[in-house]
Design a protein around this ligand. Structure first.
Ligand code: TZP
Ligand code: MG
Length: 191
């Protein structure tokens, strides 16, 4: 049996996660709504920002702090009037996409995959640390590295001054989610 997702989120918050994102690519919408309601309650209680991936409707219904949109999701120009001054993050995989996201008013951008990842089906080619660095250095909004990042390679980012990272599998596959999150957070904070 799988582990309870709410307990997993609670462990990540205890370990120092700064933001929680609901990313369930294969869950029926009704189930995602129920899970989202529980995460909304927990993150509100804990004072942690809650972002919904992909689903603008769920982000609005759940009164999430933001929505995270990919290159194939609803474009930001349609999302902004609905999200108003809430957070809109955009996934990018190249310098051009990053520039476009910034120009269109993204509040933060995700860039990756930083390293090879098995989590994202049909992931874009690895962008590499140097591109992440270039985007970070020219971006007026926060830049979050994503893709294949974990305890074993996060220092490669940190050593270059990249101090924001989104991590899925290295945390969720860990036996001790709280400890793993804390380890990653400590490494990011050491910049
Ligand atoms: N975008 C680029 S890679 C990726 C997303 C959503 C998946 C990251 O997952 P993991 O398990 O941390 O590699
Ligand atoms: Mg998406």
């Amino acid at each position: 049996m799988g582990r309870d997702p709410i307990e997993m989120v609670a462990a990540q918050i205890k370990g120092g996660a700064d933001v929680i994102q609901l990313r369930e690519k294969n869950m029926p919408k009704g189930e995602k709504l129920k899970l989202g309601l529980a995460i909304r309650d927990l993150t509100t209680q804990e004072g942690i920002p809650f972002i919904v991936n992909d689903d603008l409707d769920l982000a609005l219904i759940l009164e999430a702090d933001g929505v995270h949109l990919g290159q194939d999701d609803i474009p930001i120009k349609y999302a902004r009037p609905l999200m108003k001054d809430k957070i809109i993050g955009i996934s990018t995989h190249s310098l051009d996409q990053a520039r476009e996201a910034i120009d269109s008013g993204a509040d933060y951008i995700g860039i990756g995959p930083a390293f090879k990842t098995e989590t994202k089906i049909k992931a874009d080619p690895v962008v590499g640390i140097d591109l992440i660095l270039r985007v970070k250095e020219s971006s007026p909004v926060p830049v979050i590295a994503i893709g294949g990042i974990g305890e074993k390679n996060i220092d490669l980012l940190v050593n270059k001054g990249i101090k924001r990272a989104a991590v899925i599998s290295d945390i969720l596959s860990s036996k001790d989610i709280e400890a793993k999150t804390r380890t990653l957070k400590e490494k990011l904070k050491s910049v």
